[in-house]
Design a protein around this ligand. Structure first.
Ligand SMILES: Cc1ncc(COP(=O)(O)O)c(C=O)c1O
Length: 425
């Protein structure tokens, strides 16, 4: 049964059926949460030995006393571990504090205050500064722009990444200084940028001589299955095409060890680091090396880190699969929703008929299921088509995923039936 081909009488019947199911869910007193892209407690438990093993160690491999000030770039062994994970030379990597979001905010704020390597003037002294924002995207990236007065331009994503024809056209504007990218298991679509997209990003000519890509590879090794989605090396490609300074690269161990108590990294070209390091050195005498030491002792190397990530995947994968199973069962043949089936990351992205996302969010909330607010995946919190919702299966318990998704599906059936009936009046 496809909703689009139902007669008005059949649609009314469907709506009444959905209303009946919905009332039953409302009366059952559920309180479930699909809004939070956080690891669950059983995942966090995997990293507890980090706090209890090697507790009296304080010297790095090179003999540095990690209890004391210094080593602004971070411990060499932590930079080396990030290098193994990302494929970027350790010399281009800074191992920093507890959150990559801080590094991203600082990178943009620094550009506004001081400019970046090669800027004619600080970005903040330009009349307008614009960033390209692939959508659906990560709300906290958008908040950084909003808070610093940067105009955001949405660019639609498909299964291969942002629409590059549109990107290549928009970057001709010299006011476009930056672009956000979550290139692997993107938040929220879960897609990974194709090699063609990454190559075009590295190669394209830009109007601004100081254009930067903010490459947030938060889900760099966060696979759900043994196979990984391959991602081309933006760092090497930018160098190859003579745009070595184009990329600011970020990731962290937030979803490998502890969110908020992990280690974050930033990587950039030698010239970029030369401009940035004195400014960071004004902010801090050095990041938390004791935490970095704990991390390298616990994670050891890329291979062992990958083994830890497989244990994370064992917790997360059944939750994704349960959610996808219910979506397929409840909505599969109705023609009213499409959703992504990611191979990694923390999210599923759901697209509904235009004008339905806000209503579904409200209906689900009233029935006891909290979703990320509709609009959050777009700049300024406004999805112009009001159709996208971000689903986060990781934090809820496995046994909660099926009932929560069933409520969501019921809310979708009801909201879409209402909308179709109104549209046909
Ligand atoms: C795309 C993306 N970037 C960054 C973060 C936050 O990372 P961190 O904990 O390193 O600040 C998240 C967290 O959900 C994320 O989804």
């Amino acid at each position: 049964m496809n909703y689009q081909s139902l007669s008005p009488a059949e649609l009314i019947k469907e709506k009444e059926k959905a209303e009946g199911d919905y009332r039953m869910y409302c009366e059952s007193g559920l309180s479930l949460d699909l809004s939070r892209g956080k690891p669950a407690a059983d995942q966090l438990a995997l990293a507890m030995p980090m706090l209890t093993e090697h507790t009296d160690e304080f010297r790095s491999a090179g003999g540095t006393d990690c209890r004391n000030y210094g080593v602004l770039e971070g411990l060499p062994e932590m930079r080396q571990l990030f290098s193994e994970i990302t494929g970027i030379p350790a010399a281009n990597i800074l191992a920093c504090g507890n959150a990559s979001l801080t590094l991203m905010y600082d990178a943009v704020a620094r550009a506004m205050l001081y400019g970046v390597q090669g800027s004619p003037r600080p970005w903040g002294r330009e009349e307008t500064v614009k960033f390209l924002c692939p959508v659906p995207g990560y709300d906290r990236h958008f908040r950084i722009c909003e808070s610093l007065g940067i105009e955001m331009i949405s660019v639609e994503m498909d299964a291969h990444g942002p629409n590059m024809d549109v990107v290549e056209e928009l970057v001709k504007d010299p006011a476009v200084k930056g672009m956000w990218c979550v290139p692997k298991y993107s938040n929220p679509s879960g897609i990974t940028y194709s090699s063609e997209v990454v190559t075009r990003l590295a190669k394209m000519e830009t109007g601004a001589t100081d254009f930067r890509i903010f490459w947030d590879n938060a889900y760099v090794i966060h696979d759900l299955y043994n196979e990984t989605d391959p991602l081309a090396d933006i760092f090497a490609l930018c160098k190859m095409y003579g745009h070595e300074d184009r990329v600011f690269y970020f990731t962290s161990t937030s979803k490998i060890t502890f969110p908020g108590a992990g280690v974050a990294m930033m990587a950039a070209s030698e010239a970029n680091l030369k401009q940035i390091l004195p400014i960071i050195g004004t902010q801090t005498i050095g990041f938390d090396k004791m935490n970095q030491l704990r991390h390298v002792r616990f994670l050891k190397n890329a291979e062992n880190t990958a083994a830890i990530m497989r244990r994370h995947a064992d917790f997360i994968r059944p939750k994704f699969e349960a959610m996808l199973e219910i979506l397929e069962k409840e909505l599969g043949d109705l023609g009213i929703a499409t959703w992504t089936k990611p191979n990694g990351g923390y999210f599923i992205s759901l697209d509904l008929p235009d004008g339905c996302a806000g209503r579904v969010y409200e209906l689900a909330k009233q029935a006891g299921v909290t979703l990320t607010p509709a609009g959050a995946t777009h700049p300024y919190g406004k999805d112009p088509r009001d159709r996208n919702l971000r689903l986060a299966p990781t934090f809820a318990k496995l046994e909660e995923i099926r009932p929560a998704t069933a409520v969501l599906c019921c809310a979708i059936r009801l909201a879409v039936a209402e909308k179709l009936l109104t549209d046909r009046q």
